[in-house]
Every structure is written in structure tokens, then in C-alpha cells.
Design a protein around this ligand. Structure first.
Ligand code: ZN
Ligand code: ZN
Length: 142
């Protein structure tokens, strides 16, 4: 558990999708497909599933661990719920229409159209900011 907690940032953002849940705990170590990975007993597991096992209890057979906050890197136990695979798929399909993969809502103001696809304005602005900062610090260094 200690090794797990070292890799968690408990000061994550509050999910816009479900602000009442409180701040997300973000996974800061290895990831794959947008999910945190945690190596245990020689196997690589999804970090949010490990979190559920550590803090809540074992995940029943045939169940998957869903993110109530819709933030796939979040491992906060109170943001997780074990649901059947079918229920998880249903929620994912529904969520795709309501928020980006970081949990920002696709409100009309927050939705950009790019090549016929929706893009989250909050994420785009954050990416732009990061890019600008990187460029500026490079210019200073030169
Ligand atoms: Zn969360
Ligand atoms: Zn976003």
C-alpha cells in the first residue's frame, strides 16, 4: 500500500462532471491507454483496480471498476465503483457524450469542432499554454 500511495497525487483537480465527489487522486507513475498501471506480484495491474482492492475490497468476478468522476487516471477509492461489464459500457457510452476523457463537460462553450470531431476547449487551452511556456523557456535559453 505504501508503494502505491507514493505514486498518487492527492491534490488533483475537482471533477467537473461530479464536483460533489471532491478532488481526484491522480496517478503519477506509468500509464497505458489512459489508465494508471501498477506492478504487483510480477504482474501489471490497472492502478484504479488496485486502489479498489486496497481501500474498498476485492472486485467481484465479472465486475469492472468504473470511475464515477470520469477521470481515468484517478485512483481515489470514493470515486470508484465496481459495476458489471455491461453497466460499465453503458456508462462509458453515455459519458462520451457528456465529457472529455479528463472529465470536462462538453457544454456548448467548452466544445470545439475539429475535423468533424468534438474537442474539449479546456484541454486545448491547457495544451496551448504548455506549448507556449515550453517555447518561451526555450527562447530564453537560446
Ligand atoms: Zn476522481
Ligand atoms: Zn478536457
Amino acid at each position: 500500500m505504501e508503494r502505491f500511495e507514493e505514486k498518487v497525487n492527492r491534490d488533483g483537480p475537482t471533477p467537473e462532471y461530479r464536483p460533489e465527489l471532491g478532488a481526484c487522486w491522480l496517478w503519477t507513475a506509468a500509464t497505458a491507454d489512459g489508465y494508471g498501471r501498477f506492478g504487483r506480484d510480477g504482474k501489471s495491474n490497472q492502478a484504479h483496480v488496485v486502489s479498489h482492492e486496497l481501500y474498498v475490497g476485492p472486485v467481484p468476478d465479472g465486475y469492472e471498476v468504473d470511475h464515477l468522476c470520469r477521470v481515468t487516471l484517478c485512483v481515489r477509492p470514493t470515486h470508484l465503483e465496481a459495476v458489471t461489464g455491461a453497466e460499465n459500457l453503458r456508462r462509458q457510452a453515455e459519458a462520451q457524450w457528456t465529457n472529455c476523457k479528463y472529465g470536462h463537460l462538453f457544454t456548448p462553450e467548452n466544445t470545439l469542432r475539429q475535423h468533424g470531431r468534438r474537442r474539449c476547449r479546456t484541454c486545448k487551452n491547457a495544451a496551448q499554454l504548455k506549448y507556449d511556456r515550453a517555447r518561451r523557456s526555450k527562447e530564453i535559453a537560446e
